[in-house]
Design a protein around this ligand. Structure first.
Ligand code: 5RP
Length: 274
């Protein structure tokens, strides 16, 4: 592996633990202005200093992330479908490798849709992106997307999807946590990070998810809604860092959250214009 590619990966997986806490703020590319990510700059600015990487599109990067940021950027480069259509798998590569280099990305990310209508295109997009990435030292993260079929998130399906991503050359894979997650880890020879999925019932449930994933071999989280839809997003990130980097228990991480809750007022929803 080239030094440049290894250097980019190392920046996202800091030496303190070799794991990563990525903040996912790329949802608008197919969901539009999601709750509490309506104004990307307002959501991202207070959180970025506590993240090991920011997962964004080029549009949000240019408009809503300070160019002086030192937080590595994972640039989403796939898109082309929205939640208004049934088939979310109809994606293509939307951002070139040259653009990723110009934007000083530390990695590029695309969704793959194993078993979906456009499985073939998403997998060949991945293979092409890996070829392009290898030629310039850019790591590629494959995201095992399930579109609207959230029930697909079981170990059998995710193990298959993650393995396919690794076989096609992805340098890291983002997937979902599930029962028997260790089987997914075992079959995937590149680092796995987990998404949070839709907001869970409580902040503690999101910490339990992260704790389970790390205990079973994930190398970090790439979480969005369970952080910035929380009433205490900075506290959530600090608690997740304790789990991912310091191997804190759920109780220990939750205490960090409670301390911050006692100190900092909750963030509210943005007022809806009259
Ligand atoms: C959007 C994504 C998200 O980045 C991913 O799902 C992580 O966010 P969340 O924790 O909210 O699920 O890939 O397409």
């Amino acid at each position: 592996m080239d030094w440049g590619l290894r250097n980019r990966l190392a920046r996202m997986f800091p030496e303190v633990s070799g794991n990563t806490v990525m903040l996912a703020v790329d949802h608008g590319y197919f969901m539009g202005p999601t709750r509490r990510l309506e104004n990307p700059r307002a959501t991202i600015t207070p959180l970025a200093p506590y993240a090991d990487a920011l997962a964004v599109t080029r549009g949000v990067l240019r408009t809503s992330v300070a160019p002086g940021t030192t937080t590595p950027i994972v640039l989403r480069v796939s898109g082309g479908a929205t939640i208004l259509k049934e088939d979310l798998s109809h994606e293509t590569i939307t951002t070139s490798m040259d653009e990723a280099l110009r934007l000083n990305a530390s990695a590029v990310a695309l969704s793959i849709f194993v078993g979906a209508a456009h499985e073939h295109e998403s997998l060949t997009n991945l293979a092409q992106l890996v070829d392009d990435g290898e030629s310039v030292g850019m790591p590629v993260m494959a995201i095992t997307a399930v579109g609207k079929e959230l029930e697909k998130r079981d170990a059998r399906y995710l193990a298959l999807a993650c393995r396919v991503a690794a076989e096609l050359g992805a340098h890291l894979v983002k997937t979902y946590y599930c029962d028997d997650f260790s089987k997914v880890v075992e079959g995937c020879p590149v680092p796995l990070v987990v998404a949070g999925g839709p907001k869970l019932d409580s902040d503690r449930a999101a910490l339990e998810l992260a704790h389970g994933a790390i205990a079973e071999g994930a190398r970090g989280v790439d979480m969005g809604r369970n952080i910035w839809q929380s009433d205490h997003p900075v506290a959530m990130l600090k608690s997740l860092r304790a789990i991912v980097h310091d191997r804190a228990t759920v109780d220990e991480a939750y205490r960090i959250l409670e301390q911050e809750r006692a100190r900092v007022p909750p963030v509210g929803d943005r007022p809806v214009a009259a």
